[in-house]
Write a protein that binds this ligand. Structure first.
Ligand SMILES: CC(C)(COP(=O)(O)OP(=O)(O)OC[C@H]1O[C@@H](n2cnc3c(N)ncnc32)[C@H](O)[C@@H]1OP(=O)(O)O)[C@@H](O)C(=O)NCCC(=O)NCCS
Length: 238
């Protein structure tokens, strides 16, 4: 939902595959209120908790440092409107449930071998995602070359947002096919699929230090709107 600025800001506590997760938008809090609220929620969480915080600052890094949390890495939330200025004619197909899982995991895990969270997908995890209400095989675009999956663009529609937001959730090109224009084409194909579904707002998250991807997204018109910083407990920091 689009937030009502008059509403009291909240801190969300959820669970993901790595453990407990706190999500907070710092732009909605005064420094003192944020400090108290985080202290309070951290006292109720288990060790190993992570925080994803939107709109970080040096002051907040210091505040969280005093609460035992270290900044780990930044994501950019990039946005633009749909349709994008560039288009592609590349022919993609939908993900085929019951057929593509194993090969998709191989391609994804090769492309993201360096990535802490996006590598290591298993068929089991993918099948769990397929049960989510937002999962749509049509929005999971696959590109084949030489009889194999060379690249893919998995999109997600946030239907509860106003206006509805279309996300490029995961996109990758198998390393054997890097630098051939497939990353650009598949990102555009994903957003064109969302355009066909009447979505007018485009979004994605990308690691701030993923230069190839950030350059690509900037070049097709996406702009950084939010920095989202991950904090973990000092003794967990790698
Ligand atoms: C990011 C990724 C999708 C790019 O795919 P690709 O097919 O190699 O990229 P393209 O050939 O389409 O290049 C398009 C643009 O990307 C950028 N780019 C690609 N490789 C780059 C590199 N090594 N360094 C800097 N910019 C790069 C450039 O802006 C390039 O534009 P140009 O061709 O006009 O120079 C691919 O590197 C990949 O799969 N990486 C691993 C997974 C990943 O990081 N996914 C994105 C997570 S959000």
């Amino acid at each position: 939902m689009t937030e009502d600025p008059s509403e009291t800001p909240t801190i969300t506590l959820t669970e993901d595959r790595d453990g407990q997760l706190i999500e907070v938008d710092a732009s909605r809090w005064t420094q003192d209120a944020l400090s108290m609220a985080l202290r309070d929620v951290l006292s109720q969480t288990s060790t190993g908790v992570s925080i994803w915080l939107d709109h970080p600052s040096e002051e907040i890094d210091l505040l969280l440092g005093r609460l035992g949390m270290t900044a780990q890495r930044d994501l950019f939330r990039m946005e633009t409107s749909i349709p994008l200025g560039q288009r592609t004619e590349i022919a993609t197909r939908s993900f085929i449930i019951g057929q593509d899982e194993e090969e998709w995991c191989e391609v994804n895990n090769r492309a993201f071998s360096w990535h802490r969270e996006q590598s290591g997908w298993t068929v089991e995890l993918l099948k769990e995602r397929q049960k989510e209400s937002w999962f749509d095989a049509e929005g999971f675009r696959i590109y084949e070359q030489d009889g194999r999956i060379a690249a893919f663009c998995w999109t997600k529609v946030h239907a509860d947002e106003n206006p509805v937001i279309g996300e490029v959730y995961v996109i990758a090109v198998h390393p054997d096919f890097h630098g051939l224009g497939l990353g650009r084409a598949l990102t555009l194909a994903g957003y064109q699929h969302l355009e066909d579904a009447a979505v007018t707002k485009a979004m994605l998250y990308v690691d701030a230090d993923n230069t190839p991807a950030v350059n690509l997204y900037r070049d097709i018109g996406l702009e950084v709107q939010v920095v989202r910083r991950l904090y973990q407990q000092h003794n967990q920091a790698s």
